[in-house]
Design a protein. Structure first.
Lengths: 110, 115
């Protein structure tokens, strides 16, 4: 079993839709939960992160962690074509020991 | 701002040949990393360096070597390339003095094809 599981997609939605991207993980020691966004032929960039359980909102993006079920979610409200990218979850125990999911490719059509 | 600069951006290499992927950062970050990204496998850590003069093995280090002579440069060498090393290679850096948030800054990647 992989430490982090993520549906590769692609996930295709129309502009304006609410998008839900999810990961499951197996290591209960993970404390920080990162989301990276990767545009085609570019390097990943940090989108947002949460510490432990709970929600964190940043504009149209909301990150949610449920440590009891080992489930990580990223919600995108009012999705835009510019949100089309691959989204990688990356939980970590700390000090840069990230474990990356395989990424979910999101396509937002105008 | 440049951030992380990788070279070359792409390369085709004959099996058995050696190759060095270059990585330079201008953020004075203490930690640097090399990842490879393959379809269905995601990003996997090859080698890392927490500070100049030290290096460590990641998840998939076999067939690769690194050196960290100074803060800014972290080259990755394939001594004798094999087709399974065909991948996109990303260099990254982080500032561990900022705490445990784990924010990595990535380069644009180097696409390597080994034939």
């Amino acid at each position: 079993q992989k430490e982090v599981e993520q549906d590769p997609g692609p996930l295709s939605v129309p502009e304006g839709a609410i998008v839900s991207l999810n990961c499951t993980y197996s290591n209960s020691a993970f404390q920080y939960f990162m989301w990276y966004r990767q545009y085609s032929r570019k390097g990943p960039e940090l989108l947002m992160y949460t510490y432990s359980s709970g929600n964190k909102e940043d504009g149209r993006f909301t990150a949610q962690v449920d440590k009891s079920s080992k489930y990580i979610s990223l919600f995108i409200r009012d999705s835009q074509p510019s949100d089309s990218a691959t989204y990688l979850c990356a939980p970590t125990t700390g000090f840069q020991k990230l474990v990356f999911g395989t990424g979910t490719r999101l396509l937002v059509s105008p | 701002t440049a951030g992380i600069t990788q070279a070359p951006t792409s390369q085709i290499l004959a099996a058995g040949r050696s190759m060095t992927l270059r990585c330079t950062q201008d953020m004075r970050h203490n930690a640097m990393y090399w990842y490879r990204q393959d379809l269905g496998l995601g990003l996997r850590l090859i080698h890392y360096s927490n500070t100049a003069g030290t290096t460590g093995k990641g998840e998939v280090p076999d067939g690769y070597s690194v050196s960290r002579a100074n803060t800014d440069d972290f080259p990755l060498t394939l001594a004798s390339a094999v087709p399974s090393q065909t991948s996109v290679y990303f260099c990254a850096s982080s500032d561990s003095s900022r705490g445990d948030t784990g924010e990595l800054f990535f380069g644009e990647g180097s696409r390597l094809t080994v034939l």
